[in-house]
Write a protein that binds this ligand. Structure first.
Ligand code: F6R
Length: 245
């Protein structure tokens, strides 16, 4: 298995800038790149940094295709908590990417539509870049434990850990949707480069298990160790619990 490249940055700003350097390098080399875009708190600094570069004219992402990573089931796309809406607001619009270049996941999780989605990605050669965060339970996208390297794009039940960690957006855990649709780990492994970002002490431990521990469905992110080019960028709080000086 290829060795993951792990970079430990001093804090969130440095992490966001370093991650933007990686992403911008790939987007410059592949102007029509196919890019999987996570939402969540962690990549927002990275997206802001990319948007700042685009507005300074040093990054042109207008030709890329954006693939939504995951979505809650049963949420209208105009609900502010829709992950598609979040990706559009934080990544697509600020980078000047046409809305027509956004490929949503099959939001109702229809098995035939999910299988067709995976076949199409496979047929067109996979993704060029996947920008991912990691859940405190080791999920990537909404591939909850247990999920292994063969997991397809599918409808999933959200774990209680994931529902708890998203409670703030929904006014309490009971209001968080119970199901989601996610690109599967098998699809993510078809990405030429995976950029995994983690920040803060709540991720301490799980990131190490994901990148250095045994590959196990109990830590779905560990399956990414098989990716051809896995770049892991973490801040010190997420790596060893130390805080920047
Ligand atoms: C978001 C997603 C999730 C998050 C993960 C970490 O689209 O798929 O896997 O990346 O839950 O979330 P944050 O970054 O908020 O800690």
């Amino acid at each position: 298995m290829p060795e993951p490249a792990i970079t430990v940055l001093d804090g969130y700003l440095a992490l966001s800038r370093a991650a933007a350097d990686v992403a911008a390098g790939i987007l410059a080399a592949i102007p029509r790149a196919r890019v999987v875009v996570a939402t969540g708190r962690t990549p927002m600094g990275l997206y802001r940094e990319l948007a700042a570069r685009a507005s300074r004219g040093v990054l042109d992402a207008s030709g890329i295709t954006v693939y939504q990573l995951d979505e809650y089931v049963g949420i209208p796309t105009d609900d502010w908590r829709s992950l598609l809406g979040w990706a559009v607001r934080s990544f697509v619009e600020p980078l000047g990417i046409p809305l027509g270049s956004v490929i949503p996941v099959p939001a109702d999780g229809d098995p035939a539509a999910c299988a067709a989605y995976d076949r199409e990605v496979e047929r067109s050669g996979g993704y060029d870049l996947a920008i991912l965060g990691i859940g405190t339970n080791g999920h990537v996208g909404f591939n909850e434990p247990p999920s292994d390297a063969s997991a397809p794009t599918r409808r999933v039940a959200l774990s209680s850990a994931s529902r708890r960690s998203n409670a703030a957006y929904w006014g309490g855990t009971p209001h968080v949707p119970r199901e989601a649709v996610t690109i599967g780990i098998a699809g993510l492994l078809r990405s030429r480069t995976i950029l995994l970002v983690a920040s803060g002490k709540s991720k301490r431990g799980i990131v190490r298990r994901a990148v250095l521990g045994p590959v196990t469905p109990e830590v779905p992110a560990s399956c990414l160790q098989a990716a051809p080019d896995l770049r892991v960028l973490v801040d010190r709080a997420a790596w060893d619990g130390s805080v920047p000086t």
